[in-house]
Write a protein that binds this ligand. Sequence first.
Ligand code: C2O
Ligand code: CU
Ligand code: CU
Length: 500
Amino acid sequence: MTDQPNGGISRRGLLVIGAAAAGAAAVGGGLALWNRGEDDEAVPPGATTTTPQTDAAGPGPAETFREPDELRSAGGRLDLELVAALAAARVADRDVRVLTYNGMMPGPTLRVRPGDRVTLRLRNELAAVTNLHTHGLVVSPEGDSDNVFTMIEPGAAFDYDYRLGADHPPGLFWYHPHHHGTTADQLFGGMYGAIVVEEDEPAPVARERLLIIADIRFGADGAVAGANRLDRMLGREGDLLLVNGQLMPTLVARPGDRERWRIVNACTSRYLRLRLDGQGMDLLGVDAGRYAEPRRLDELVLLPGNRADLIVTATEGESLLQTLPFDRGRTGMGAPPSTTTGADLARFTVAGPPGGPAGALLAAGAVRDLRAEEVTGRRTVTLAMGGMGMGGGMAFTIDGREYEEGRTDIEVRAGAVEEWTIENLSTMDHPFHLHVWPMQLVEVDGTPVDGVDVRDVVPAPARSRVVVRVAFEGIVGRTVYHCHILDHEDLGMMGVIRVG
Ligand code: C2O
Ligand code: CU
Ligand code: CU
């Protein structure tokens, strides 16, 4: 059976680091979209294994860890343009073509503060429709804000206007395309970037690092590989695991250094089960959630879409940031398992004279616990696979239906505190994501969750149920919830919610 994330999820998993190929990418523009299709040779059916990253990297010089470019708000404003385009890049020592924002993979990191207004023009130079989602941000999901129903045609542009409340939670968020039907193709092709909402008093650390982990696969021609029907059913995985667009970068620290690692799982389908053996890992929280106290762990599971806010206390020596194998289940009885293999992600070299004395670990202190509050409504959301879908293959459904943009599936009164039971009837795991309103994990597969654990993507392991509580406060509007295996989302495992 699946190695399930459960109430003890905080004690498992691991993380990575990464730096983008930002410096290597050059704007290509005007090129045809990468190859894709049902019979793309580059992606063998059920391709979910990982090549040994160290071999793939060869004996060549190790890359020094790099981070994406940063754009920082000033005076409460950030104004920027993002251009979505195919671009030439150098990835894992190969000349390839990837999908980029501003010619970079990952796109620039947006650093903002609570109360800021972000105006963003997205220009679509792709050959397909796109749009932008600010995953996890607590902003309006309507109009020109975080509206996933927006469609930006090739050659067109759209002006987004995001207003963060003065009480917006600090933390790590990210952006990626969200046009139903092409979300997985575009994310897998390289379109993703981070958003950091800074706190007033940042954690006292020697340095902060951003690690966006994503997998990708290239065909012999250097184009991003397409996905066939089975890949989509399983959720496509790439054979290269990149950290900020780099293969196996090296991070360097001094003994005793306390570092803050902000990690994004930007993989289209892959679960990350991260380890950093030989080093101390204390988890401040997953997504924008904060634990009352940091939690010491050996392993950290990040589902697609999840982020970790991690404190690493450096110990002299060489460590590897690794992801371990994970069984996400199978598409049906007798079908091949979607077993994700492990891989090395980055090197962490700790040497030299001791670093400065580490400050105390930050405790969030009192955090709101929805288990202590009155529930105004309860509902069950059922995830299932099977039968014939509208696209001709297996149907991926929520409450027995495939996604339909015009239909509102769930209506919630503004101000409600609801308890949702997410029931997964299928034989695969599905990371369940709700836009805008964070979920507090209450129970996973019958096991009550320790402490307050708030996330925007929660595990829904195969043939089990997960209980969450959600406060529908602050923001109203119409948006979506879905499986964050984005191939499943594109296949129909998404519904529409309206809060108001
Ligand atoms: Cu990160 Cu609706 O997605
Ligand atoms: Cu989202
Ligand atoms: Cu799924």
